[in-house]
Design a protein. Structure first.
Length: 155
């Protein structure tokens, strides 16, 4: 467990705030920084953190950005856990959302084993579920059959 670095990610569309917690009970916990949410940048960060043969275990909250980051990190051979925000233990009254604080909290809780992972659909199943490429096969995400049949309003 001491050779694992636990990495907490607070993910947004444009940026990712990264914090790390070194393995072991007294391991250092620190913020690494805020990076652009681009695959080539995140792969550089992951390779820099894994130097010296250290294993990385990433975690982030499930959200509107989807599971692409999970697929990217596991594709590089790293462990990655996606957590439902409602399953993250929080102190009463500690509801203020800050990127840095969230990333640090995720890294600490991940190291302590207090996070519950959610099921991640594979790419094919996820695309089908969320209507990617629906084309002529019916309404897409956010559309009902009646929405697509509506007539424009009269002028």
């Amino acid at each position: 467990m001491d050779d694992i670095t636990f990495v907490g990610l607070d993910v947004h569309k444009a940026t990712v705030c990264i914090a790390i917690a070194e393995g072991g009970r007294g391991g250092e916990v620190r913020q690494l920084g805020v990076f652009e949410n681009r695959p080539e940048i995140l792969s550089k960060v992951a390779s820099r953190l894994s130097k010296g043969g250290r294993r990385l275990s990433f975690c982030y909250e499930a959200g509107p950005c989807g599971y692409g980051l999970h697929r990217l990190l596991t594709g590089y051979g790293h462990e990655c856990v996606v957590v439902a925000p409602s399953l993250i233990p929080m102190k009463a009254g500690d509801r203020v959302k800050r990127d840095r604080r969230d990333a640090l909290m995720l890294a600490k809780l991940h190291r302590a084993g207090e996070l519950t992972a959610i099921w991640i659909p594979d790419a094919a199943r996820g695309d089908a579920r969320f209507g990617a490429g629906t084309g002529d096969r019916g309404p897409g995400v956010g559309q009902s059959a009646t929405t697509s049949a509506r007539l424009p309003a009269a002028p």
